[in-house]
Write a protein that binds this ligand. Structure first.
Ligand SMILES: [Zn+2]
Length: 382
């Protein structure tokens, strides 16, 4: 238990000591490629527009069980707020500190050590184990999993099941497994009229009532009553801005923003088309413009073999059954869902992206054991 690939805590420290703040050359992936190579994995790096990505696989046969994650981290933020070096990976009173300790270098260390222990105990798997690691999840995400996955597929790879190691746990390690995520749509709506004196409304065109009418229509738009594993889709108006300091001036324009978190009843494109039709492009002499962007589609992995194996592994290791949920933000599982069933399980997310990001070291070891059990039961049944 001295070499870093036998110990998920030592490997977590080694990964955190690589300051992989997005965007960067990814030293953590260099280290992973080296260790995985030592374990017998074939590794291939994929570089897209300065972003490093890594795919590694051991075995050639199906089924191919894939662990997916990201080595990039968010900036440290207020350095004065840290009580340790954000890239020092110091362990204090059984707690590991550093950027990426929660999101998500510890999960990646747990992947690698679980795979190493599995190979040491069981020999070559009856199938394949792979790792899909991107360096662009915390940034724009344009050159990460979104591009890596099709490139890996084009190289003839096929994934059968995938576990993403995003920090999903809430109160205790492995209490939450995510088997889906809602989609997210952001929109800006702007109405443009003609500025003028409130005493002479016939000489101007007020964009404010038109904006309020459009928002009322949007808010009464029927989305759905929920779908298996999901709450009803929901629209929230997040701001209305006119910026008019005067009592006696009809403003020239008004803007509002809204977000829709949607379940798999909807596709982003269909929602945007419905919104455009509902709001229109003009009302009388007031122009209406909409800017919309879908940052992620919804997905759902129906409870089944993958989730059953994960739940059993967690129960066997912790004595507690995790809950399957679909809450929270988006993750790269939104791309992986197009190629195979995918679910997410990692350490607690409470400290992700925060100053003094940290995780108790025993959680890392527990997660590693859960991943090990998952591999053992997956290949026992293969
Ligand atoms: Zn993450």
């Amino acid at each position: 238990m001295t070499a870093p690939f036998d110990d998920p805590i030592a490997l977590s420290q080694a990964l955190i000591r690589q300051p992989t703040v997005n965007p960067c050359h990814d030293g953590a992936q260099d280290l992973l490629a080296e260790i995985l190579g030592t374990l017998g994995f074939r590794t291939k790096r994929y570089h897209f527009e300065g972003v490093d990505n890594l795919y590694a696989r051991i075995g050639t046969a199906a089924p191919n069980f894939c662990f997916a994650g990201h080595t990039d981290v968010v900036p440290v933020g207020d350095t004065a707020g840290w009580t340790t070096d954000p890239f020092g990976a110091e362990i204090r009173d059984g707690i590991l500190y550093g950027r990426g300790a929660a999101d998500m270098k510890t999960s990646i260390a747990a992947f690698v050590v679980a795979a190493g222990r599995f190979l040491a105990d069981h020999g070559a798997p009856k199938g394949s184990i792979s790792l899909l690691i991107t360096g662009d999840e915390e940034g724009p995400g344009l050159h990460g999993t979104r591009r890596l996955l099709p490139a890996v597929m084009a190289d003839g790879e096929k994934l059968d099941h995938c576990l993403v190691g995003e920090p999903t746990s809430e109160d205790v390690i492995a209490d939450i497994v995510k088997n889906g995520r809602r989609g997210s749509l952001n929109a800006v709506i702007t109405t443009t009229g003609k500025q003028g004196h409130v005493a002479y409304p016939e000489k101007s065109a007020n964009p404010v009532p038109v904006l309020l009418d459009a928002l009322a229509k949007l808010r009464s738009m029927k989305l759905d009553n929920g779908s298996p594993g999901f709450q009803p889709s929901n629209l929230e108006v997040t701001t209305i801005d006119v910026g008019n300091p005067a009592h006696n001036v009809i403003p020239a324009s008004a803007t509002a923003k809204f977000n829709i978190r949607f379940n798999p009843n909807h596709k982003g494109d269909d929602l945007m088309a419905r919104i455009r039709q509902l709001v229109g492009s003009a009302s009388g002499n007031i122009g209406i413009t909409l800017e919309m962007r879908v940052s992620g589609e919804a997905f759902y992995t129906s409870p089944g073999r993958l989730t059953d194996l994960i739940i059993s592994a967690v129960k066997a290791e912790t004595g507690r059954a995790p809950q399957l949920t679909t809450g929270g933000g988006t993750s790269d599982a939104r791309y992986i869902k197009d190629v195979c069933p995918v679910a997410e399980l990692g350490v607690r997310n409470e400290m992700a992206h925060k100053v003094d990001e940290h995780i108790p070291v025993d959680e890392i070891e527990t997660l590693c054991r859960i991943y090990y059990r998952l591999l053992a039961s997956y290949f026992a049944a293969a």
